[in-house]
Write a protein of this length. Structure first.
Length: 236
């Protein structure tokens, strides 16, 4: 299986960029409520999976800032869902079918409780309140949030992806500007290679150093050999 991280740099958050990037790709996309993906979901080429971490985050912010006295109840239910996922991680040798069955037995009832809680309290809070907005966020995405229960290959959230973006977020204040669109795209390509190298257990410095030395004489038709998931160091 190919293990890779791909970064793309664009000058705006326009949905057109997401369309161009995904093109004819088909599969499962775990994401937040970004509108740029909607066209692909409607076409049926991509199946949307909701991110439970985004739902939790909105409720957690309300609870921590004291803006909601009831958010803690939902957080406790979500905590139980993550406890199931923690148990599954201990059983990493389990198959996708076993994961599916485990979630159906332990997560499905909790999800039903959470759904009932959201519907119940949505009717009791002011419609323009922060609590109502957070609850509505979960309810309108409920089908997408629930789909992970039916596929043992997929996670409950996209935290892994967000962690791959963390180096950009941490460095943003230092870099501030990329200088130009082309510079941003080059930076994205470099970060793609670095993070993909890490993902494949490589030393990024050793990998890039070797690839840069080989590039001038390496055949273009065999360029894939230099990608992180294919790369092999030359024997001394």
């Amino acid at each position: 299986m190919v293990q890779a991280v791909i970064y793309d740099f664009q000058p705006s958050r326009s949905g057109q960029h997401a369309e161009e990037f995904l093109k004819d790709w088909q599969g499962h996309l775990i994401c937040d409520d970004y509108s740029g993906y909607k066209v692909r979901f409607k076409s049926g080429q991509i199946i949307e999976f909701g991110c439970m971490a985004h739902t939790r985050r909105k409720l957690h912010e309300l609870h921590m800032t004291g803006k909601s006295q009831i958010a803690k109840q939902a957080l406790l239910l979500i905590q139980r869902l993550y406890a199931v996922e923690a148990e599954l991680r201990k059983k990493m040798n389990g198959t996708a079918q076993q994961c599916y069955e485990y979630r159906q037995k332990y997560s499905q009832p909790v999800m039903q409780q959470l759904y009932e809680w959201l519907n119940q309290h949505y009717l009791t809070v002011p419609s323009n309140s922060a609590t109502a907005k957070s609850i509505n966020y979960a309810l309108k995405r409920w089908s997408a949030l629930s789909r992970y229960l039916d596929d043992g290959n997929l996670p409950i959230d996209n935290n892994w992806v967000e962690n791959q973006m963390r180096p950009w977020a941490l460095g943003r204040k230092n870099w501030l500007f990329t200088g130009s669109l082309r510079s941003g795209q080059r930076a994205a390509n470099i970060m793609t290679l670095i993070q993909s190298a890490k993902l494949n257990g490589l030393d990024p410095y050793a990998y890039l150093s070797d690839v840069l030395k080989r590039l001038p004489t390496h055949k273009v038709t065999r360029i894939e050999e230099l990608l992180p998931h294919c790369w092999k160091s030359k024997p001394n």
